[in-house]
Write a protein that binds this ligand. Structure first.
Ligand SMILES: [Zn+2]
Length: 329
């Protein structure tokens, strides 16, 4: 269907949908809404029915502008035509991605065929658009990497590198992800980089931790080598050599040395302020505060009791200085 002329696609899509059980359950089917040229290649846009022409114009402008953001920051890449499909229901999402994804996955960048699929609820409000742009930029980063590296290197490109750059390019880690990493550090659950070569098909929480750790690995590359170092690494990856050897040649750091430094750096990051800024911190601290208040009150009661006993003894001594019983029977 991807090779078909654009005007034929709705017809072919309708034929395909009629024969596809997953799509037959869908409540609505996305329709072709035009094309736009981007620095990543020509983009065919598909939107859920009911979206107006200003929505299509907005999406076309967003995909074009955000693609430019990527090449401005990371350097140029090859062009290859792709599809951007916005859907409004899970059945349609599974249909376009060709698989059943876990509920927490709501966007996917495919390489074969080149297609970005985003599950959206609305794009009318500024908040919804901001959310869409963040997700779109994340998925466009994957599309960028698909175009940048040769097929042999693409197979060697570790999952953490793909996701780390995508998270960093789309605004960095959100608060929830930062806290997931922080708590994992406290609990000693951080993963070594070598365990993050594949980070899909995990639970929502372990996936969030893997994404966060991936983003921090890219942050460390930029901290050590700057944006220029990251651009150089990306540029050198075009050659097709395995990732780890390109990493060493490009940045001058043996891969095992970087992996070890990452482990130490992750453990040393000071995130106390982040923990204290957690809106849920009061629920975590409340039991501790109650126990502390109980202990303080009990200690104060004991001290007061001791003072009273002391005062009683002093009064006894005053009334009976000789210590002789003066009871009268
Ligand atoms: Zn991703």
């Amino acid at each position: 269907m991807n090779g078909a002329p654009a005007y034929l696609r709705p017809v072919l899509l309708a034929a395909l949908l009629a024969a596809t059980p997953a799509a037959a359950d869908s409540t609505s089917v996305s329709i072709h809404a035009g094309s736009t040229h981007t620095v990543l290649g020509l983009c065919d846009i598909w939107l859920p029915p009911g979206y107006a022409s200003p929505d299509a114009e907005y999406v076309a402008g967003a995909v074009s502008d955000l693609s430019l953001v990527l090449t401005d920051r990371l350097g140029p890449t090859a062009e290859r035509a792709f599809e951007l499909v916005l859907v409004d229901n899970r059945g349609e999402f599974d249909y376009w991605t060709g698989r059943q994804s876990p509920e927490w996955i709501h966007a996917l960048a495919m390489n074969h065929p080149p297609r970005l699929v985003l599950l959206v609820s609305a794009i009318a409000t500024p908040a919804a658009r901001k959310n869409l742009e963040r997700t779109l930029l994340h998925e466009l980063t994957h599309a960028y990497l698909h175009r940048l590296v040769s097929p042999s290197t693409r197979r060697n490109l570790p999952g953490w590198f793909h996701e780390g750059i995508a998270v960093q390019m789309s605004g960095g880690m959100e608060r929830g992800m930062q806290q997931t990493v922080l708590y994992a550090r406290w609990l000693g659950q951080l993963q070594p980089l070598g365990a993050l070569t594949t980070i899909r098909h995990k639970t929502a929480r372990s996936s969030e931790l893997a994404y966060g750790q991936s983003a921090l690995a890219v942050e460390l590359i930029v901290e050590d080598h700057g944006d220029a170092g990251l651009r150089k690494l990306l540029n050198d990856l075009r050659g097709g050599a395995p990732f780890e050897s390109v990493f060493e040649q490009s940045l001058g750091v043996p891969w095992p040395q970087f992996a070890d430094r990452y482990q130490v750096w992750m453990r040393r990051r000071n995130n106390l302020l982040l923990a204290l800024s957690d809106p849920n911190i009061i629920f975590m601290l409340l039991p501790l505060l109650l126990v502390a208040a109980y202990l303080v009150t009990r200690a104060r009661g004991k001290r007061r009791k001791a003072e009273w006993e002391q005062m009683d003894k002093s009064a006894d001594k005053l009334n009976n200085p000789g210590g002789i019983d003066t009871f009268i029977e």
